[in-house]
Write a protein that binds this ligand. Structure first.
Ligand code: HEM
Length: 518
């Protein structure tokens, strides 16, 4: 019988624990006995407290909130483009959970590192969950998912000595011309957002919206911070914070929500008709490219407010699981190859990281009707039965009172394919054009910081790696390449004595040259 007092410590079997200070022993000096169930339960659970970290985006912070739809896309009725229910009525609210993250390093790494930031949103809609798994930057390093594990390996520490080494990262990047645009953002001040509240978010990949006629358009999603604005850190400012604080961004988010200063973002979309757009000098499905906002304006569709901190970090933040495959009716995939590669990867890793029944955990479960014929597996704790369903029937079709297929929500979107099965790059790679545009669009101080950060990282790299990178920067913009080359020449002229300062500077360059994934 457990005690009436609900503060009483118990085991998970409900046994009251009357001594939590002493293990059971033969005499006060031991030896200990092995039938000591409360001790065994406590220590063996402790032994299993950690689950595998996320292979990327291990360091994160989360918050609950709400999405409020505007009922329009820009000035047009949103139903023209998508039938997704969460967007249709002005003022309609959908609860959500967000996890922000850094990418490359482990669960307790500093939040000041030069690294993209993850921006993953789980909308608990009436039609089930929608996950929008994005980053702060609007583009990515690569466009083919086959390259992702190599990219991440090159950004992570050396497998021999576990040390960060920009030479490995730039070795990969200098053989990956399509990364030049992302490198240009990452080594500029945009590579270190000041915190999680004051940064933008973007879905990066191209998705589709589908209307009730089954007609699709291409769409890109962007989160724009509202009242809190955007703020990035210069390298030296990040260093100052890092000297005393490794978790400033988690703290900033938590404190803001605790004091009622709720961060807000507006969700905007860019829309393109669903075709190849031969008039553009890039492919709309290429995630290394921006869609120029002059041609494809940002159209507002709703607002997100984060207003509640998690009650338990592990349950809600660590075990949360987002994936690009998690779409609701009216939203669809485009043919973006990387999006399709990602879609396999997320739920695969989550079945390993959290377990086969990860979708039954409260943070991941939809807040709507769930009824499946999926059964059993590790840690299943309830059966997905519908009210009145015959519990003997765990298959479909059945005439004995099992689950039935849902009626169609609208006409299917049925793109037609007529092509050979190939291994081929997209045709319009244009790896350097937008990198040059971005370089020229920066203000002088942003360009100065970009060059300084690149020189700091590249000066520890071998000559051929430097040369290839300078070649890419030059193809983007002659001034860009020239300034990096001159900066490196200058750094070489200064270097070579092996002074303590230089050793420190080189370690510093290594620490800050770590880039990322996604
Ligand atoms: C996390 C794979 C590209 C954003 C992850 C995880 C994997 C992964 C395996 C760990 C998930 C988990 O343990 O729950 C990939 C692959 C990519 C890719 C294979 C490319 C082929 C991207 C891109 C973005 C992105 C382009 C941004 C748009 C994120 C975010 C998380 C994440 C935000 C953390 C989600 C969370 O907070 O739990 N990715 N990723 N990834 N990825 Fe990617």
């Amino acid at each position: 019988m457990s005690s009436d007092n609900n503060q009483t410590l118990t085991t998970r079997q409900g046994h009251p624990v009357s001594d939590n200070q002493n293990v059971r022993t033969v005499g006060s000096r031991g030896p200990t006995t092995l039938e000591n169930y409360p001790f065994i339960e406590k220590i063996t659970h402790f032994d299993r407290e950690r689950i595998p970290e996320r292979v990327v985006h291990a360091r994160g912070a989360g918050a609950h909130g709400v999405f409020e739809a505007y009922g329009k896309v820009g000035d047009e009725p949103i139903a023209k483009y998508t039938r997704a229910k969460l967007f249709q009525e002005a003022g309609k609210q959908t609860p959500l959970f967000v996890r922000f993250s850094t990418v490359v390093h482990g669960g307790h790494s500093p939040e000041t590192l030069r690294d993209p930031r993850g921006f993953a949103v789980k909308f608990y809609t009436e039609d089930g969950n929608w996950d929008l798994v994005g980053n702060n930057l609007k583009i990515f390093f690569i466009r083919d998912p086959l390259k992702f594990p190599d990219m991440v390996h090159s950004f992570k520490p050396d497998p021999v000595n576990n040390l960060n080494d920009p030479e490995r990262m730039f070795d990969f990047l200098s053989l990956t011309p399509e990364a030049t645009h992302m490198v240009t953002f990452l080594f500029s001040p945009w590579g270190i957002p000041a915190n999680y509240r004051q940064m933008q978010g973007s879905g990066v990949n191209t998705y589709k919206w589908v209307n009730s006629e089954g007609v699709g358009v291409l769409v890109k999603y962007h989160w724009e911070p509202l009242k809190q604005g955007i703020k990035n850190l210069l390298q030296k400012d990040a260093e100052k914070i890092q000297a005393t604080h490794t978790e400033h961004a988690t703290q900033d988010l938590y404190d803001a929500i605790e004091r009622g200063d709720y961060p807000e973002w507006e969700l905007c979309v860019q829309i393109m008709s669903d075709d190849e757009h031969p008039e553009l000098d890039f492919d709309p499905l290429d995630p290394t490219k921006l869609w120029p906002p002059e041609q494809f304006p940002f159209l507002k569709v709703g607002k997100m407010t984060l207003n509640r901190n998690p009650q338990n970090y592990f349950n809600e933040v660590e075990q949360s699981a987002f994936g690009t495959g998690v779409l609701v009716d009216g939203l669809d995939f485009s043919d973006d190859k990387m999006l399709q590669g990602r879609t396999l990867s997320y739920s695969d890793t989550q079945r390993y990281r959290v377990g086969a029944n990860y979708l039954q955990l409260p943070i991941n479960a939809p807040k709507t009707h769930v009824a499946t014929n999926q059964r059993d597996g590790q840690m299943e704790y309830k059966v997905d039965l519908a009210p009145g369903q015959n519990p003997h029937v765990n298959y479909e079709p059945s005439s004995l009172g099992g689950l039935k297929e849902a009626p169609k929500a609208g006409k299917d979107h049925e793109p037609h394919y007529d092509a050979s099965l190939v291994r081929q790059r997209i045709e319009r790679t244009n790896d350097f054009g937008q990198a040059g545009d971005t370089y020229r669009a920066f203000e002088d101080w942003e360009r100065d910081e970009l060059i300084e950060n690149l020189v700091g990282a590249l000066k520890v790299c071998k000559p051929d790696i430097r040369e290839r990178m300078i070649g890419y920067f030059t193809q983007a913009d002659a001034d860009y390449g020239r300034r990096v080359a001159e900066g490196l020449k200058h750094a070489d002229a200064q270097g070579g004595s092996g002074s303590a300062d230089e050793a420190q500077a080189s370690q510093y360059a290594k620490d800050n040259a770590r880039g990322t994934d996604g």
